[in-house]
Design a protein around this ligand. Structure first.
Ligand SMILES: NC(=O)c1ccc[n+]([C@@H]2O[C@H](COP(=O)([O-])OP(=O)(O)OC[C@H]3O[C@@H](n4cnc5c(N)ncnc54)[C@H](O)[C@@H]3O)[C@@H](O)[C@H]2O)c1
Length: 314
């Protein structure tokens, strides 16, 4: 992959929830996007998605309207990747599917093309097993929807060619993404595990009747969630004990945290728990449809991103 500025050839393999959003983002950043998705109606669905994401992308400072002349649809993965410098693979989370796709595209990829998988849970080493030479395959795991949420978790390993992860990070950053490196393979990478840890305790608290689903949700968005959107937990706690910083915080609060950690619960999504969650969310969602709630979620996230962009740049 040579320069990264604009006008690069990007291939999107799999254009469902995640791939369509990636396609919209790459297009809005000025790249040429070739899509392959075998589903009937995929082209219409992607074009609609791109139209519907235009407002958000333009609010984020990208140029989305009128970019569809840079978009092409292909009847095979081979044709979509033929001139691609960067491939974002977002096919379903099944190793057999991903391996079959890699076997098909590997012989025709440009020599210096980088392939990034959006996989949420599959390990990089498992995906590498589908390649003769996996040196240009990396993990590029976004958060849904990738055109809005900044985080991308990037990972290579000892089989990855030098510089490939750096190249991918530069490309993602040029799209406005915030990248982190995953240094060791763990199921769920980093951010999904953190979400899972929090959700486990949220479900435990609901199960023992400590609070309602709605109040537990409120406890996050109106409390620590708002702080976490500004800074991560380590930095926030560093600021939580005055001049003494993290060392003083740990000294002061170690007994409390040890007591709380020892008391944290466990959770399984068994039928009884799922029924309680469904009932709890139904109360919380009241009469709003998922579409209306999605719009509200994206509107709030967009407002926060826009309001904080200038401060983050300084
Ligand atoms: N949905 C999420 O919240 C989320 C978040 C981050 C990462 N991911 C990851 O992104 C990947 C895609 O997830 P999704 O939610 O977009 O799934 P999805 O089911 O919405 O989309 C997958 C698309 O791939 C297409 N497809 C199937 N076989 C294909 C093939 N051989 N070649 C090309 N396209 C093919 C399907 O027709 C479908 O449109 C998965 O690895 C998933 O773990 C999902």
């Amino acid at each position: 992959m040579s320069g990264i500025n604009q006008g690069r050839h990007i291939a999107i393999l799999g254009a469902g929830v995640i791939g369509a959003s990636w396609a919209a983002l790459f297009l809005a950043a000025g790249h040429r996007v070739a899509v392959f998705d075998p589903a009937a109606g995929a082209e219409d669905a992607v074009r609609k998605y791109i139209d519907s994401s235009s407002f958000t992308l333009e609010e984020l400072g990208l140029r989305s309207r009128g970019t569809q002349h840079n978009l092409s649809f292909h009847s095979t993965a081979v044709s979509a990747v033929a001139s691609a410098e960067f491939v974002q693979e977002s096919v379903p989370e099944r190793l057999d599917l991903k391996h079959a796709l890699y076997a098909a595209i590997e012989p025709v990829l440009k020599k210096d093309a980088v392939v990034a998988s959006s996989a949420s849970g599959l390990r990089l080493s498992e995906m590498q097993a589908g390649w003769r030479d996996p040196s240009r395959l990396i993990l590029g795991h976004p958060f849904n929807p990738p055109h809005l949420i900044p985080l991308v978790e990037v990972m290579g390993n000892e089989r990855t060619a030098p510089g490939v992860v750096d190249e991918a990070e530069r490309l993602y950053r040029s799209l406005g993404k915030v990248t982190i490196r995953v240094n060791r393979e763990v199921p769920g990478h980093i951010a999904n595990r953190l979400q899972a840890a929090l959700w486990r305790e949220a479900i435990h608290l609901m199960s023992i009747g400590a609070a309602s689903v709605e109040d537990i949700d409120t406890a996050i968005w109106a409390g620590p969630g708002l702080r976490w959107a500004a800074m991560g937990p380590a930095m926030l706690f560093h600021l939580g004990a005055g001049q003494g910083g993290m060392a003083a915080f740990c000294e002061r609060y170690a007994p409390s945290f040890h007591r709380w950690w020892d008391d944290l619960g466990n959770a399984r999504l068994d039928p009884d728990t799922v029924a309680k969650l469904v009932a709890g969310v139904s109360d919380e969602a009241a009469s709003s449809s998922p579409e209306v709630l999605c719009e509200r979620r994206d509107e709030l996230i967009l407002a926060m991103l826009k309001a904080t962009a200038r401060i983050r740049q300084n």
